[in-house]
Design a protein around this ligand. Sequence first.
Ligand SMILES: [Zn+2]
Length: 509
Amino acid sequence: MYSYVATLSLYGLDCKEIRAEADMSDGLPVFEVVGFLSGEVKEASKRVKTALKNSGIVLPPKRITVNLSPAYIKKCGTSYDLAIAVALMKAMGLIPKDKDRGMAVIGELSLSGEVKKVTGVLPMVIEAKNLGYSRCMIPMDNLKEASCVEDMELIPVSYLQDVIDHYHGAYVPCIDHENTGCICENDTVGVDLRDVNGQESCKRALEIAAAGMHNILLIGPPGSGKTMLAKRLPTILCEPDREEMLEITKIYSIAGLLTADTGLITERPFVSPHHTATPISLSGGGINPKPGECSLAHRGVLFLDELPEFSRQTLEILRQPMEDRIISISRQQGRCIFPADFLLCAAMNPCKCGYYPDRTKCNCNSEDVRRYVGKISGPLLDRIDLCGRAMRIDYKDLKQKGSNVDSKTVRMRVEKAVAIQRERFRGTRIRFNSEIGPGDIDRYCHLGTKQEKLMKSAYECFELTARGYHRIIKVARTIADLDGSEEIKEEHISEAIGFRTIDGRYGNV
Ligand SMILES: [Zn+2]
């Protein structure tokens, strides 16, 4: 008897249609699974056999062959177990043949016959829909994330017995309809810009960064609240649209970071790797590639605290995503691409001791300061648009509670500026001012005569590079958008110049 069941493979973000074929013929009793398998898939034969036995199904003493086709795709992971079990039950005649039309089966089995949660269910169900499947059988614990896909009938199962009952019309999954809504809250809940006293200039820099998705560097002495400020950045970013939410959730699904209670992720992520992070933890990798911190920050914030403490090799990894907004990992089986489009927020002390230019505490000479700033590579600094300088807080500011602006107010201003940018860039690939290329500057950021003059004097006075010059204009464009002004005025340019970033060559912090 021959039968097959449809399932999907996952490699990076890439899903492919797979057929789990089962054949039972007369001959010596053997049970083998073939089809370019990795170690964990080879073990599937033992898991499936035992799970079937413990669910009351004994395989007949025949020559049983299971093939995962097509054979040129390497099969990794444990999500094929359930499909193999269903294919076997079909071949044994335990399941009516035509009952699974248009259905894809995904899930891992435990020896007891329990169906266990697997990673990457969301991208697999999305691909199943694209391939024309109308139904998916998935583990119960993956129901929430799979529910994010519209127009797909889901059959969540907890045990192998549920699967058999389903095919005989005796299984009604207990879906808590109240709770299939797709809400997830990350740990930014409860934090608010209101909590930070003083640091008005930094707050303004964060607002501009959020409005144009500009990369930002916060410099200031230890304890001035740089980390606190950075953690509040996600609370003022514009809300992700549905497509972005799906992109974020897909990455977390593959990384195995969604719990059974997590549906669609509706907030922009905030990821802060420690400065001891390795290049691989940032880029992602592994035999069956998993996304790294850069991709987990996709559509959100990647926060690097104590920037000069990161190793050069680790920071080098950031070059590709900051240039192309993706991370590509080369493997024997081919290239694997993860999206990595994030807002980089970095924080650092101004010098080794941390107190420059406070001469009462800092003994560093200008050469020391230059060397400290020089630890950050030029190409990275080149990608940072804005620099906020945190100061030691005055006693008056420390005590002043309740006068601080809250995240909600700032977010409303940001959303307005983002709406203006959507309108401006309609029909192009650009979404935010920070993405304007050098060739498009004149088109989107027109400067009047006075403004040109101001930029010319800034260019000469601060010895700007061409890149630095463009950065200031792009930031000024965002400031004008926050102001609701179509024209970039002189005041917008002056403010942008005030937030210009440091330069590793001069160390002019
Ligand atoms: Zn110092």
